[in-house]
Design a protein around this ligand. Structure first.
Ligand code: NAG
Ligand code: NAG
Ligand code: NAG
Length: 192
């Protein structure tokens, strides 16, 4: 009898209770799914390094000013309130014509009245190899005259589903006259 219970009845009972839980009253609203999202692949930590080009001037700018600074504060040294939209190339080397790995699309705004600190909200959209089409979302504070700035990776898509991590940005080159900048990004990200 015990043998029959374990080989036949117990699996049936388990199947029944799982079906019951999954197809309860609100089954289309929420269902619990197996926890491991990427079919038993283990979570890994990857380090990416590339260069971000903010091209303000020249024939093909990648930055567009969409909100002017707060009018009362035009003289503010931090141009508080300014917001730029970007579609910046991400390249393998500091040279803008080196291998294109993807683009940084999003915006940044001058969010501090006391120093040149940005609120950045951008997606890294990769276009290379197996990462083609996958994205990482970065949102954080970038105090641009600090040597190394850290911002959170708050998520991702494609190969970066469930991503979390951080980026460290350090300025490789900046032209204070034009605003053009090349920034090295080191990205540490946990993903499947
Ligand atoms: C303008 O900028 C100054 C200096 O950064 C700051 O003290 C002041 O509060 C700002 N005023 C407004 C209206 O944002
Ligand atoms: C990336 O994906 C796009 C859209 O699927 C495709 O057109 C393009 O050729 C791909 N690029 C590479 C380098 O695989
Ligand atoms: C910055 O840009 C200006 C205007 O294009 C140029 O004259 C100057 O040489 C540039 N400075 C550097 C360090 O590249």
């Amino acid at each position: 009898m015990a043998k029959i219970f374990f080989s036949l009845l117990l699996p049936l009972l388990l199947a029944f209770s799982q079906t019951f839980l999954a197809t309860g009253a609100d089954s289309t609203f929420v269902q619990s799914v197996k926890r491991n999202p990427m079919k038993l692949r283990t979570e890994k930590l990857s380090h990416f390094r590339f260069y971000w080009h903010d091209i303000v001037t020249g024939p093909n700018p990648t930055v567009l000013n969409i909100v002017k600074p707060v009018p009362k504060n035009k003289t503010s040294p931090t141009i508080f309130g300014l917001i730029n939209m970007i579609d910046d190339p991400l390249t393998e080397k500091p040279e803008v014509d080196s291998k294109l790995l993807g683009r940084a699309q999003g915006l940044y705004g001058l969010a501090s009245q006391g120093e040149a600190a940005l609120l950045m909200a951008m997606n890294f959209v990769f276009s290379t190899g197996k990462y083609n089409g996958s994205t990482l979302t970065i949102m954080g504070r970038n105090s641009i005259y600090q040597k190394v700035r850290e911002m959170p990776v708050i998520g991702g898509s494609g190969l970066f589903r469930f991503a979390r991590g951080y980026v460290q940005a350090s300025t490789h080159f900046q032209n204070d006259t034009t605003g053009d900048a090349i920034v090295e990004y080191n990205v540490h990200v946990m993903h499947y």
